[in-house]
Design a protein around this ligand. Structure first.
Ligand SMILES: [Mg+2]
Ligand SMILES: [Zn+2]
Length: 244
């Protein structure tokens, strides 16, 4: 073992590197930034024949997210584009405290990424008022040029992803930020956030993600609004400064 290794293995060195770790947040969109799941809301509203079975198979993990979401949107004719977009945007409600969380991130120079399994035509317009740079928003996109709505997947799984068919792969995004340099923080609500939660240093969870974390003994902090998240981030930062 050379000198460098000895140094970096010492508890003091570990603490020092901990202290300079840059915080980065990966935040889910549907059911996290918005109060409800937009994809299910859209499909329920337009109610094309056969959607329920696909939705159930997807939710119960008999069908991958990528396959399920692709199939659900293929049930809708592309000619419904304007109606689908209008409905999805008007229906969504942003969860309380989101603006405050972004303000806190800006003050503290925490990088904030949206890692969403949602679709560009509702994710971008709904986030528009918040000034998040486009390259900090990961989501899927939609092609309306054929007969039916076709979902496109610009951010598929890398070779390390245990799922392999996420559609928008949250773990592939998280892995771009090394655990040595970054304190990786995940905010999410569903089973689709779980693999990412395993990689994260800190997890803020609600709903199904909380249940899953509990089942598998993964540390998590339950939240209901982003005010809860900001309060906890502040507390942790304070503790870190005091060297606890
Ligand atoms: Mg979600
Ligand atoms: Zn994946």
């Amino acid at each position: 073992m050379n000198k460098q290794d000895v140094l970096s293995d010492s508890p003091a060195a570990a603490e020092r590197s901990e202290a300079v770790k840059q915080r980065v947040i990966f935040c889910d969109f549907d059911g996290t930034i918005t109060e409800n799941d937009n994809i299910i809301a859209i499909i329920k509203h337009f109610n094309p024949a056969g959607w329920e079975e696909i939705a159930t198979d997807t939710i119960e993990q008999r069908m991958s997210i990528q396959e399920g979401v692709g199939k659900l949107f293929r049930l809708l004719p592309a000619s419904m584009k304007e109606d689908v977009i209008r409905y999805s945007i008007s229906n969504a409600v942003i969860r309380g405290g989101f603006r405050e969380l972004l303000a806190y991130c800006q003050e503290e120079e925490i990088e904030f990424f949206v890692t969403s399994g949602g679709i560009d035509f509702f994710v971008y317009p709904l986030l528009e008022p918040f000034g998040i740079p486009q390259d900090h928003i990961y989501c899927n996109s939609a092609d309306f040029s054929g007969d039916n709505i076709e979902i496109l997947w610009p951010h598929t799984c890398d070779e390390h992803c245990p799922n392999g068919s996420c559609g928008m792969c949250k773990t592939a995004v998280i892995r771009q930020f090394s655990a040595e340099r970054y304190e990786r923080i995940l905010i999410g609500d569903s089973v689709t956030d779980f693999e990412g939660a395993k990689l994260a240093d800190q997890v803020y969870s609600r709903s199904h993600l909380t249940v899953k974390c509990r089942e598998l003994g993964l540390p998590h902090h339950e939240f209901s609004t982003f005010h809860d998240v900001v309060d906890d981030l502040k507390e942790r930062q304070q503790a870190r400064k005091e060297g606890n």
